[in-house]
Design a protein around this ligand. Structure first.
Ligand SMILES: [Zn+2]
Length: 736
């Protein structure tokens, strides 16, 4: 049997997962179910990344030992997977998720230390002095120079650190990595991400420091107890540990099966922000170990690393301080309370309305609309109608269409019809295969809505509803002479329902199971999860077999009422969140700081500052304590003007920077701004912003920046919110 090994990234358990992190796991669960329905032996791994000072600090602040703290945090994830109907691994459910945790797991410690020993044996590790600026909040090297620098994520001043630590010679792998990308064009997906990775490698790789002296919490360096292994070896090796790797010891059989087997497909699903580490560091770590290993022990590389985009809330990045974080639990609960399958509705919406790989926007409005159009009116309505009529007019058994076929010259059961529908099913399968969930679902719905009657002799309309209307089985049912027609028409509309249930099962496991039960009471159909995409055939329902009890699987949602309840439940849940998280931890951000951000004119209030505050927004008033106050002359030294963005583009190899051309009144300035993660360049064009115009020009990532755009730094992640104007103001006007 072919093997498929799929991983989510290991999640950082500092906060409760929101709909964005649930998205990755939902995608993986759907993919795991799909692969299983293609006959693969599937293993699916998720887990938590428990490395780092941030967790240590949070535990200290909560007065809880760090081991206990992270153990509690893991439950925030496993509980959510339960709620979302994503089952854990068990003997009965081998495709359920397995869970790995890192830093204090003895098997994992062994694996990481062993990986490092191999790299050292092969000559890729050396000890040398490191000096640089490091942000302890984001666990991130901000600059390799000793000059003061602010973290470009959170904006806080980064600490100067100097230490002797262990470096990995990443630079030695550039050619081999480029060769890998050439040989394995699907090593990174989507394609545009592969291009980013290639140009990053081509621009020159620097050796990376892979141990830390200053962290207390982490895996001890093999023979240097003063150092701990830095996050990347620790996190990435979890993909091996989680499936049974035990360093130099004999691995669990699953490791041989899912990782070592040359035919196993190993896929890492990740968010785009950690692509570099997966696509560059991880294969280099594996190659380094392999250089020290005999041929039969070499570790295969992953087959594909898929980087997905982010989920925004109504076009805006979710952030706690902004109060727009969407959590999945209240959504499921609110929809369930209307009798709708909450989990499946959420899964369907997320996978149908996002193109995997690109950023997408979540909205309650979109969720309800999508549910009503595709599920309530689309599949749900068709299933309910045909099953009800089958019960009423055909005595609750699958009707026989052979009379209809015969009387119409054999056109209905023409092998060419069967073949074309099989071909269509293969297209759906190949969309799934290429991670195109949205396209797969679109094809399925085309099949349900249009293919039900399409190509059927004597039918103009291609719509399944139109097909029913054209033949009107309800009008003919009373006439025994026309039963052959009623039977035939109903059979031919039940078939697309069966097809849709099978094809959509990976995305909506529970709702399709219910439809499946309504289609057949008898065991001949088998379990829905045991249906196989490659074996699927048109005309699988067997005439004469009893159907189950028809019932609405997707009741229609009243839009206003359901939106109100979704918002109500979300708010209630936010209130409850404090107790959920507080029981075991504290917020990452010091309490005072978030309050302060909210009190600032622009802090947390959205895109535009209040009208009367347009000039004040640029002054960091809340932060200025008495002894730090400046004179009006000092302030007058800063020249700020109204600018209008005339062009904006991303800067290659600089994930966070945008290059803007800004009209500051008769002059167009080039300004770089660290806002690329939060603003789409196209959307900035035409926008009025505040520019500091008398700063000395400087170069950022080799691009000249002549001025600075003013933005509020909001929330724990320091999300930049550009200062702008509520009224139209001329370009170049001075702010005073
Ligand atoms: Zn930071």
């Amino acid at each position: 049997m072919k093997k498929f090994f799929l991983t989510t990234p290991i999640y950082y358990p500092n906060a409760r997962p929101h709909v964005g992190s649930a998205y990755t796991t939902i995608v993986c669960d759907a993919l795991a179910r799909y692969k299983r329905m293609c006959g693969y032996d599937v293993a699916f791994l998720t887990g938590t990344d428990e490395h780092g000072e941030k967790l240590q600090r949070a535990a200290d602040a909560a007065g809880v030992p760090v081991e206990k703290f992270v153990a509690e945090k893991r439950k925030l994830f496993t509980k959510l997977w339960d709620t979302l109907g994503i089952p854990p691994y068990s003997a009965e459910n081998p495709a359920g998720y397995r869970f790995v945790h890192t830093s204090q797991n003895p098997d994992h410690i062994k694996s990481v230390q062993w990986m490092i020993e191999q790299a050292r044996k092969a000559g890729y590790i050396e000890k040398k002095k490191y000096e640089g600026r490091y942000c302890i909040y984001d666990e991130r090297y901000v600059s390799d120079s000793v000059e003061p620098a602010n973290c470009d994520i959170c904006g806080r001043p980064a600490e100067l650190i100097s230490e002797e630590n262990h470096f990995f010679k990443l630079s030695a792998f550039a050619d081999r990595l480029l060769e890998l990308y050439e040989k394995q064009p699907k090593f990174v997906l989507p394609d545009f991400r592969m291009n980013e990775v290639k140009s990053f490698v081509k621009s020159g790789l620097r050796d990376i420091s892979i141990s830390r002296r200053r962290l207390k919490w982490g895996i001890p360096w093999p023979d240097d107890p003063e150092q701990v292994v830095y996050v990347w070896y620790d996190a990435l090796t979890s993909y091996l540990t989680g499936i049974g790797f035990r360093g130099g010891d004999k691995p669990e059989p699953d490791f041989e099966k899912y990782w070592m087997d040359p035919d196993s497909e190993r896929v890492h699903m990740i968010g785009k922000d950690i692509l570099r580490f997966h696509a560059v560091y991880w294969p280099a770590f594996l190659m380094a170990a392999n250089d020290a290993l005999p041929a039969d022990k070499k570790l295969p590389l992953p087959k594909t690393i898929f980087a997905h985009g982010w989920i925004y809330y109504e076009q805006d990045k979710m952030s706690k301080s902004k109060g727009n974080v969407v959590y999945p639990e209240p959504i499921v609960e609110a929809l369930n309370s209307f009798g709708a399958p909450g989990n499946d509705a959420l899964r369907y919406y997320l996978l149908r309305d996002t193109t995997l790989g690109h950023d997408a926007s979540f909205s309650y409005d979109g969720l309800v609309d999508r549910y009503n159009s595709d599920l309530a009116n689309g599949l749900g309505n068709l299933a309910k109608r045909t099953l009800d009529m089958t019960k009423r007019y055909c005595g609750g058994v699958i009707p026989d269409a052979s009379d209809l076929n015969q009387k119409t010259g054999g056109a209905w059961f023409d092998p060419r019809v069967d073949a074309s529908r099989k071909q269509y099913a293969d297209r759906i399968s190949s969309a799934y295969e290429n991670f195109q969930f949205s396209a797969a679902l679109e094809l399925i719905w085309t099949f349900v809505i249009f293919y039900g009657g399409q190509g059927s002799p004597g039918v103009e309309s291609a719509d399944a509803d139109g097909f029913l209307s054209a033949f009107q089985p309800w009008a003919k049912a009373a006439d025994p002479a026309q039963h052959w027609l009623v039977n035939g028409v109903l059979y031919l509309t039940l078939e697309p329902v069966r097809a849709a249930a099978v094809f959509a099962h990976p995305v909506m496991p529970e709702a399709t199971r219910r439809i499946w039960a309504q289609l057949g009471r008898e065991p001949y159909l088998g379990n829905i999860e045991d249906q196989r995409f490659p074996d699927w055939k048109w005309r699988g329902l067997i005439p004469g077999k009893s159907i189950g009890v028809p019932g609405a699987v997707f009741p229609r949602l009243d839009k206003a009422a359901s939106l109100a309840r979704l918002k109500e439940f979300a708010e209630k849940n936010l209130g409850a969140e404090t107790s959920i998280e507080k029981g075991t931890t504290v917020e990452q951000q010091p309490e005072g700081e978030s309050t302060r951000a909210e009190q600032q004119p622009t802090g947390g209030t959205g895109f535009q500052p209040a009208k009367e505050d347009t000039t004040k927004t640029a002054v960091p008033q809340a932060q200025a304590s008495a002894d730090q106050k400046i004179s009006i002359e000092d302030f007058a030294k800063v020249e700020m003007r109204v600018g209008q963005v005339v062009a904006a583009e991303r800067i290659p190899k600089a994930d966070r920077l945008l290059k803007l051309q800004v009209d500051v009144g008769g002059e167009v300035r080039q300004v770089c701004a660290g806002i690329a993660e939060y603003y789409e360049p196209e959307k900035l064009i035409g926008m009025k912003v505040v520019v500091v115009t008398n700063l000395q020009p400087r170069k950022l990532r080799g691009v000249e920046s002549n001025g600075m755009i003013v933005a509020a730094s909001v929330g724990e992640e320091g999300r930049p919110v550009l200062a702008t104007f509520a009224e139209d103001v001329p370009n170049g006007a001075r702010l005073k």
